[in-house]
Design a protein around this ligand. Structure first.
Ligand code: FDA
Length: 402
């Protein structure tokens, strides 16, 4: 346990007690403390902001310039709107400027630190220190009750506070200390929880797809992956377990068991016309070489094996074969049997049901002074800085209300 700001009996009875010193918890802490609240943050991990440190390949994709509520999944698709409109990417960039943290845009509005994700953690800690927030790490929470004020029993003794903020995040990466704490406490206080599922997660397959998909491990290409009405134009990666890459991770958040994922392996092109052109030019290439003009070689070989007449040059292919092959490549329907689970998921879809939370303040409507923020809430962002932005925005919304 570390007392970042000293420790005394008064700190056992703060105005605001926040459980979880991650992105959302720290943002809520200094926002409330700047407004004069005495804030204590408790975390069971030995250090704060561990997910921030490993995020974005160590450079933290901390927000996205294309922020909008439609890019978040929730049972209530309007819930995120209010908090997002009151804490924008520009406001987070102002904070970075204040701390002289250099950043850059990678692609699709995704903003990353130039140096290290540690810059973000240090910035949050500096803001907390300046606002006199007390942060205690290595603290195990053993019980939460509300005789009148909240009473939280921990391995570091008992804390009481008027307001309690649940900010323990989702279930992804259990080895980093992810727990269902917020869900359990929310349920205890009568809130419901939308079933937590792995999201932004690689998908796996059964036979017959499993063998050929896995045989292409390492192949990557730009695709359009879709599920139902939603689709993403990004890259796809074949792995030794199944499919990953940004396009697949994005679609995994929308995928439900039993649904097909449709992949256009050559978006923006008309393969039927391209192959017809080859045929017309009396192309002597066989399947792998013909498809290899537009697709990675190993993938072209596999697709030709599945759908092209063996040993015959394109000029001899019947038009219907050509059309069927082009069709399959533009509309490859795969049936995942599952995901790689929370161990590999970047985030959790589902969480504390928003129907009993105020979208303005994150306070539970039925339990005054109980707040839920960040990934623990049933709001899940797209890949690309959206989830951190939700943590900042929901933490800020609560911090302004506490
Ligand atoms: P967060 O998980 O950050 O913090 C929760 C805190 O609660 C932790 O400090 C934890 O130790 C603590 N805690 C948990 N259970 C507890 C208990 N029982 N008692 C006490 N404390 C407890 N997003 C994004 O926008 N851009 C990106 O680049 C990435 N990259 C990325 C990479 C990887 C590998 C992962 C796993 C995730 C990402 N994310 C991401 C997602 C992002 O990390 C995530 O959405 C936010 O960290 C959520 O912030 P929260 O504060 O809600 O939870």
């Amino acid at each position: 346990m570390t007392f970042h700001n000293g420790g005394d009996a008064a700190r056992r009875a703060p105005d605001v007690l926040i459980i979880g010193a991650g992105a959302a918890g720290l943002m809520a802490a200094f926002t409330a403390a700047r407004r004069g609240r005495r804030v204590v943050v408790l975390d069971h991990a030995p250090e704060v902001g561990r997910k921030i440190l490993i995020s974005g390949g160590g450079r933290c994709n901390f927000t996205n310039t294309e922020m909008r509520a439609e890019r978040f999944i929730s049972q209530n698709k309007h819930f995120a709107r209010s908090a997002l409109s009151r804490y924008t990417p520009a406001q987070f960039l102002e904070l970075l400027a204040k701390h002289k943290i250099p950043w850059h845009e990678k692609k699709l509005g995704q903003l990353f630190c130039d140096n290290s994700a540690r810059d973000i953690v240090q910035m949050l800690l500096a803001e907390c220190a300046a606002a006199n927030v007390t942060i205690l790490t290595d603290v195990r929470i053993t019980d939460v009750t509300k005789p009148q004020d909240f009473r939280v029993q921990t391995s570091a003794g008992t804390f009481t506070s008027k307001a309690l903020v649940l900010a323990t995040g989702g279930l992804s990466i259990p080895k980093l200390g992810a727990t269902s704490f917020s869900y359990n406490i929310a349920r205890y206080f009568g809130l419901s929880v939308v079933s937590p599922e792995p999201a932004l997660v690689p998908l796996v397959f059964g036979q017959p797809d499993e063998s050929w998909v896995q045989s292409l491990a390492g192949v990557s290409l730009p695709v359009r992956a879709s599920c139902g009405k939603i689709g993403f134009d990004e890259s796809l990666l074949f792995t030794h377990r199944g499919l990953s890459g940004p396009a697949l991770l994005q679609i995994s958040s929308y995928w439900e068991p039993g649904q097909a994922v449709r992949i256009n392996l050559l978006p923006g092109e008309d393969l039927n016309a391209l192959l017809a052109g080859l045929k017309k030019a009396k192309g002597q290439m066989k399947g792998p070489a013909a498809l290899g003009r537009w697709l990675p070689h190993r993938l072209a070989q596999e697709l030709a094996r599945q759908g092209a007449p063996e040993e015959r040059p394109v000029v001899e292919w019947p038009d219907r074969t050509l059309r069927a092959l082009a069709d399959r490549i533009h509309r490859l329907d795969l049936h995942p049997t599952g995901t790689e689970g929370f161990a590999k998921a970047e985030v959790t879809r589902g969480g504390v049901d928003t129907r009993k939370l105020s979208s303005k303040t994150m306070e539970a409507q039925t339990v005054p002074n109980l707040y839920v923020i960040g990934e623990a809430v049933d709001v899940t962002g797209w890949l690309g800085g959206y989830n951190f932005h939700w943590a900042w925005a929901s933490g800020h919304a609560a911090g302004e209300a506490l």
